[in-house]
Design a protein around this ligand. Structure first.
Ligand SMILES: Cc1cc2nc3c(=O)[nH]c(=O)nc-3n(C[C@H](O)[C@H](O)[C@H](O)COP(=O)(O)OP(=O)(O)OC[C@H]3O[C@@H](n4cnc5c(N)ncnc54)[C@H](O)[C@@H]3O)c2cc1C
Length: 482
């Protein structure tokens, strides 16, 4: 432990954001208690409090790096446990804006863990910390605070057992990681504070997921397929291998066009995807379970950083701050980045100042929020303010995807931004913009691309035939994206 800031911290919620917050708080508080309403299993199992755990859970490249910073050796541990791993682009078929991105190595990891396995390994790491305790099967019913409401002094709990009475868990610091359903806005109101402003992008998303047994080489060596939605084909799908030689197929539809959860309807929805490879992979495969559904009405962001007043002794993290359209796979990665930010604040050696922390969390949330909320505005039925910049960016990104079908460097640049490893502005750099322009000129000239797939035997630069001669994109080698 570094310099101890306080005796006791309490984390509300033992899902990914709560576990990661507990990890960093354990370095600064004498005792950390993590509370959850679920019974927390030793093993990787689905649990009621995390119903989304039954659906595909991509870990973005930056999230993987952040988890590794928080739990050194976690990636190797997961791989040793049987989690398939590869390269984010070379080993995944990514379809965006109706184009299959050219596959090539990026050096960014693709870790194909199911959500329960990822959470179980993170939980085991936190359990192993000597000053962290879990209090499970406990409902958090409110906060305890000083009479003037200026300081939060603990959390009010009710054990899930007959006849149990409400108890208060005292704390120097309470961190709310109870997810989308967080009641901090209400609790603030009860303490005499304003509620934070809330932004929403209503996407009306429906998920349905089923797992299958497929032959090991079902996708010719690829580990995943992602069909992104487009305005013309708004249905999406993701097929991914998982530990235990299972394959998980998650189907998604927006604005009420939800995938059915009866087996025939599910299969028909898979068949209706714009590209046939997901359907072809699963149509004759043995399912391991029945499809399960999930509804996600809107991306929601609470603007805690805009509040003028906020009680000391209380912080909020994870989905309780911002919950993104899950199709972009950002939530766990953002939670990990928020934990690293909390760690930086704790390293100052004093109790974190809520408003300062919220300002920094807002910076972390901004880019993924722009990617998700801005990206959703490409669908005409999604309500939201479409600024000229939003329209321009969405049009540019679609053209980038088109050019990235043959240009591995563009594909790699996009994957870095989507993986939160590079800033979105990197896609506007002259070297990238020229390639986008060039690629689209070739497309307009009707030049067909070469094989869109990176060959594991050879990763030669992509080139295109222009009027009888080979042309490489301006600015260099085409390249592998590295
Ligand atoms: C369908 C779906 C798919 C997703 N896919 C991805 C993906 O591909 N990649 C990705 O990175 N993210 C994805 N996410 C988001 C990801 O699941 C979350 O961002 C991540 O779990 C972090 O959330 P959290 O820990 O803040 O909250 P949650 O995961 O929602 O956990 C909240 C915890 O608090 C507990 N809790 C809540 N209220 C109380 C209470 N009153 N008393 C006691 N305990 C309580 C719950 O039991 C739970 O354990 C997806 C989300 C959904 C809905």
């Amino acid at each position: 432990m570094g310099r101890q800031i306080g005796d006791r911290a309490v984390v509300l919620g033992a899902s990914i954001a709560g576990l990661l917050a507990a990890r960093v708080l354990a370095d600064a508080y004498g005792q950390v208690t993590v509370v959850d309403r679920d019974e927390l299993p030793e093993l990787a199992m689905h649990r009621r409090g995390v119903p989304q755990g039954r659906h595909a859970h991509a870990l973005l490249a930056r999230g993987q790096q952040a988890l590794e910073e928080l739990f050194p050796g976690l990636t190797a541990e997961l791989i040793a446990h049987g989690v398939p791993a590869g390269d984010m682009l070379a080993d995944a078929r990514l379809y965006f804006s109706g184009h299959r991105l050219r596959q090539a190595p990026t050096g960014l990891g693709l870790l194909c863990a199911s959500r329960p396995v990822l959470e179980a390994h993170a939980r085991a790491r936190v359990r192993a910390l000597p000053n962290v305790a879990f209090l499970d099967s406990c409902d958090i019913v409110g906060l305890a605070a000083t009479p003037d409401g200026r300081r939060v002094t603990g959390a009010r709990l009710l054990r899930r057992a007959d006849g149990s009475a409400e108890q208060v868990l005292d704390a120097d610091l309470v961190v709310d990681a109870t997810g989308r359903g967080s009641r901090t806005p209400l609790w603030l109101q009860g303490l005499g504070y304003p509620r934070p402003e809330t932004e929403q992008v209503r996407i009306g998303l429906g998920y349905a997921t089923r797992t299958y047994r497929l032959p090991p080489d079902a996708l010719d060596g690829d580990l995943a397929i992602l069909h992104g939605a487009t305005p013309e084909h708004p249905r999406a799908g993701a097929l991914q291998v998982l530990e235990g030689d299972r394959w998980m197929l998650t189907l998604a539809g927006i604005l009420g066009d939800h995938p059915p959860i009866d087996p025939d309807g599910f299969l028909a929805f898979a068949r209706s995807l714009r590209f046939p490879d997901i359907y072809q992979a699963i149509r004759d495969a043995a399912p391991l379970d029945d499809p399960v559904g999930f509804r996600f009405p809107a991306s929601v962001r609470h603007r805690y950083e805009r509040l003028d007043r906020f009680p000391d002794g209380l912080l909020v993290t994870g989905d309780a701050v911002a919950s993104f359209n899950p199709i972009y796979g950002q939530g766990m990665s953002v939670a990990a980045l928020e934990a690293l930010t909390l760690r930086r604040h704790l390293e100052r050696g004093a109790a974190p100042r809520p408003r300062r922390l919220f300002r920094d969390l807002a910076r972390i949330v901004q880019v993924p929020w722009d990617i998700a909320a801005g990206g959703d505005l490409v669908f005409p039925g999604v309500q939201g303010r479409r600024t000229p910049t939003t329209r321009l960016v969405n049009a540019y990104i679609a053209r980038l995807h088109a050019a990235a079908a043959r240009d591995a460097r563009l594909a790699g640049a996009f994957v870095r931004v989507a993986g939160l490893v590079a800033p979105p502005q990197s896609l506007l750099r002259p070297g990238i913009a020229v390639r986008v322009l060039w690629g689209n000129l070739l497309l307009a000239a009707g030049v067909s691309g070469r094989s869109r797939r990176w060959s594991r035997r050879s990763s030669r630069a992509p080139r295109a035939m222009v009027r009888g001669r080979w042309a490489a994109p301006p600015g260099g080698r085409g390249g592998s994206g590295r």
